[in-house]
Design a protein around this ligand. Sequence first.
Ligand code: NIG
Ligand code: FE
Length: 415
Amino acid sequence: MITLYKNPSQIVTVNTNGQNYKRGSEANNIGVITDHSLLVEDEKISEIIPNDALTKSKFDKEIDLTGKIVLPGIVECHTHLVFAGSRSDEFKKKLSGISYEEIAKAGGGINTTVQAVRNSGFEELVELAEPKIKHFISQGVTTLEIKSGYGLSYYDEVKLLQVINFLNNNCKIDIVPTFLGAHTFPPEYINDKNKYIDILSKELLPYIAENNLAKACDGFCETTAFSANQIDDIFSVAEKLNFDIKLHTEQFNSIGGLETALNHKAKSVDHLEVLKNDNIKSLANSNTVGVLLPGVSYFLQYGYAPARELLDNNAIVALATDYNPGSSHIMNISLIMSLAAFNMKMTIEEIISAYTINAAKALNLQNKIGSIEQNKNADFSIYNTTQYSDIIYNTGTNLNCMTVKNGEVIYDTTK
Ligand code: NIG
Ligand code: FE
């Protein structure tokens, strides 16, 4: 089946000439093409053809995109979307001046959600997640990462990963599961942390690897969670089992997480709100993607990650919502993009590269998705406007009108 996506005002290809990521200033070149149409053969992008040569091409179906623009499908590379319960009481406390860290130290925060998840069954978690995934699809998301990390026991972490894998098999987009057993210490092991690390390393990681329940192993290196040495031990096991490595780090305190993640050749390091100058340089000199989460800085009202310094030093930068019940209860991608523009001084082009090809690299999927290039998966998002800057100019508003996954239109409001 060959489909022609005809005559969009712009095709924002985010072309990388096969490199499949954009480092530093490369992110400003997003390969905008006008007066062309897009040919899709089955699940793959086959050609971008000039409109005046259209009569020569053969196709089975035509979709008119006059007055619209095409971007690569949005890759949402960092979420904690599967959870139960609400943290609105803690939200009210935060509004009255009690900090996220204080709430965590008092046994709340992540562990509040852990209790709710442990009390919820498989079906309930699936039902809570499905409408949220649809909401992401309606914003042009074609690949969505979801972390475990609210179970924090053998049984409940496996349950969460099974839910995430079920969602992957039953949703129209790709859901990428990440194991985040090292999110924080659950209450029952707070006085026997080594025992919990043993459960992670000797029981959970081997089981997850054997049953193919996650491709990446994540952790949280922070004074309220895991030390750099503890993360190092867990990552050493994960590496031997061929997991991709990722780390929540430098969120509130810089305690050696960044160095540990780079030593393990992490695919991404996420947060980085308190990244030190020396670490900016070492991250920029690596192949690890810095995933910035401006929704967290906005939601918790503290400093933003040094996006400008990272980009100016030639780092590979991605963006994500970090959608979760505690630190970023935000699913609005246009808002995240605007926060990156206003508060992290990223250019519109850098933001688009960050949310497509570089987010794909953070998930180690950059060879298949993230740009509109020949033979890549036909994943794209179509917007009801004639220029890409409008996506960010319309702050907080969803201009996406069609989402295409593997060549299939899975969301469409144009009819
Ligand atoms: O990415 N930093 C740690 N984990 C999550 C927050 C999870 C929560 O508060 O429930 C984050 O911000
Ligand atoms: Fe997170």
